[in-house]
Ligand binder design. Structure first.
Ligand SMILES: [Zn+2]
Length: 220
């Protein structure tokens, strides 16, 4: 892991064939939560790596989404590790397309994980189904209050006491049901206020949304 640290010239991620450097970049994107699973570290630049790197640069106020220079290398290496490791509610599938925090004129209350519709969604901890919404169809942006088909879980013994899984295609749990960590509860979708297949995932403490990346441990 020295190439990124000792980078001398600016390279274009879209054009490089430097497998070792690509591997280091991917490993750091996984470490910082921009890519969600160790299976993403393959030394090959694909759409997910490009999207993740571009997102990392945008979040850190840097231009030229695909250029890797001394400055961006340093920022990437120094970004703190996120606690979720390779888990998250899609169990390492997908990439973070939007982080928690200010977005546009408002506040994004969760993280968005872009993944194919139909990708399984798992409970991130033991808990109980507090509420579900089903029956939302793609294109009805107000359904479920914008969440579309959604699952609300309550938890105890965690650093958060509620999780929400929104925009689902299908919901496979019922209200009042107990769930265990890692249990499939539904599938990724595009229902509610959504314009592409993704999971909107929230963690809340006493009703207040907090950054999931600071609270979620790997589910497997
Ligand atoms: Zn979202």
């Amino acid at each position: 892991m020295v190439k990124l640290r000792n980078l001398e010239e600016t390279i274009n991620l879209k054009e490089t064939n430097d497998t070792e450097l690509i591997t280091e970049i991917q490993a750091n994107l996984v470490r910082t939560g921009y890519l969600l699973g160790s299976q993403e570290i393959d030394g090959i630049v694909g759409d997910r790596t490009l999207n993740a790197f571009a997102k990392f640069k945008k979040d850190n106020f840097m231009t030229d989404p695909y250029l890797v220079g001394k400055g961006s290398a340093k920022v990437l290496l120094e970004l703190p590790e996120v606690k979720q490791g390779s888990g998250m509610p899609t169990n390492g599938i997908g990439w973070i397309s939007s982080r928690f925090g200010p977005r546009g004129s408002g506040q994004h209350r969760g993280v968005d994980i872009a993944a194919n519709c139909g990708t399984p969604v798992y409970a991130v901890a033991n808990g109980k189904v507090q509420n579900i919404v089903t029956g939302c169809t793609v294109g009805d942006h107000s359904c479920g209050g914008g969440y579309g088909n959604v699952i609300y879980l309550s938890h105890s013994g965690q650093s958060y006491n509620e999780t929400r899984y929104a925009h689902l295609t299908s919901v496979s749990v019922t209200s009042g049901q107990t769930v265990t960590k890692g249990q499939p509860i539904g599938t990724v979708g595009n229902t509610g206020h959504s314009t592409g297949c993704h999971l909107h995932f929230e963690t809340r403490i006493s009703g207040t949304a907090v950054n999931p990346l600071n609270h979620i441990n790997p589910i497997v």
